[in-house]
Design a protein around this ligand. Structure first.
Ligand SMILES: [Zn+2]
Length: 334
């Protein structure tokens, strides 16, 4: 059995705030005189019944976000996320962020994006990992706000923004509201990657692909229950960003065995394993691969295939992707 940490990886689904180290969030909270919810501060992952409530996740997330206020904080979080990813074999990282959440501390949406892009470049130079930024809006956003953020994403498309995301609880919005925004993003050459198929069924996933032109899907686990949808996803080679440790705490699956990676693989649908919010769920990228090995019994060849699928779905420059592919071949050939 090969060491999973040394398997070269692309990490395609990691939220900016959710990437933070707990110790860093605690230090920032102390610095700003903010008290964190005990569950977050203790990193107590016994979610119990409350784990089935999205608001419980959202409250923890919002508390952590309150502690990130300055350009310096943002540089620190992104630098540490890059360091942690490099330690886990990742050579390409896509960080997802809703810039509106930080705009008030940084003088507006555009300045916030510029701070983040600068932080990505600094972290990339310091650690050697390539980083792309996915600008996201919440599913609860108005069409006008989504279009505004899509235009901002388009504006920075050649400076490190690689995609347009729709995050948060997908029950809060309809794909129809994001058609224009997705067009704006796609016209600028950006990837569209909405969160869907977490609480909603396969029909919501299909609409994200058909109406929004999504080339990747955040989660999309309910699509595994519809053979027609699996066929469509396979035909279009839409990649599912699967984050095994995100589903049990929120009650959408009841065991790690139910994470439908094998169903997608058997249907020919690409999968990219990712960590989503390690600050909240407690597991980083290697842990997701470990679950596929220990719980699903995948051998090293299958794990290497998953790593290849993530590289294939990444927005990384060909030079980076090629290096990762060669590294994966070397890992599995060793
Ligand atoms: Zn997510």
């Amino acid at each position: 059995m090969r060491e999973l940490r040394t398997l070269p990886k692309a990490h395609l689904h990691l939220h900016f705030t959710g990437s933070a180290r707990l110790a860093t969030i605690q230090q920032l909270a102390d610095q700003y005189g903010i008290s964190l919810p005990p569950a977050l501060a203790n990193q107590d992952f016994d979610w119990g019944d409350r784990g089935q409530d999205w608001s419980y996740f959202q409250n923890r997330y919002d508390a952590a976000r309150q502690t990130i206020r300055s350009a310096k904080d943002i540089h620190r979080i992104i630098r540490e996320a890059a360091e942690d990813d490099v330690m886990e074999g990742s050579g390409w990282l896509e960080l997802q962020v809703d810039p509106s959440s930080y705009a008030r501390h940084l003088g507006g949406v555009n300045p916030a994006v510029e701070v983040m892009l600068e932080a990505c470049q600094d972290a990339s130079r310091a650690t050697g990992i390539g980083i792309g930024l996915v600008l996201a809006v919440s599913w609860s956003a108005s069409p006008e706000h989504a279009e505004h953020i899509a235009r901002v994403a388009a504006r920075y498309a050649h400076c490190g923004v690689v995609g347009f995301g729709i995050s948060n609880d997908e029950r809060l919005g309809e794909p129809d509201n994001f058609v224009v925004a997705s067009h704006i993003a796609r016209d600028a050459g950006l990837l569209v990657t909405p969160h869907t198929g977490f609480y909603t069924d396969y029909r919501h996933v299909r609409r994200c692909v058909e109406l929004l032109g999504a080339r990747r899907i955040g989660h999309g686990i309910t699509a595994a229950l519809s053979s027609r949808t699996l066929d469509m996803l396979a035909q279009r080679q839409v990649t599912m960003e699967i984050c095994p440790t995100s589903y049990l705490p929120l009650g959408v699956l009841s065991s790690l065995r139910q994470v439908p990676v094998t169903t997608f693989q058997q249907a020919g649908v690409p999968v990219a394993l990712a960590a989503d919010d390690p600050l909240i769920f407690g597991t980083r990228l290697v842990g997701q691969y470990e679950i596929m090995r220990s719980v699903h019994g995948l051998d090293d060849q299958a794990l290497a295939d998953l790593a290849r699928q993530a590289v294939c779905a990444a927005t990384a420059p060909e030079e980076v992707a090629g290096r990762l592919r060669s590294g994966i071949d070397a890992w599995v050939g060793a």
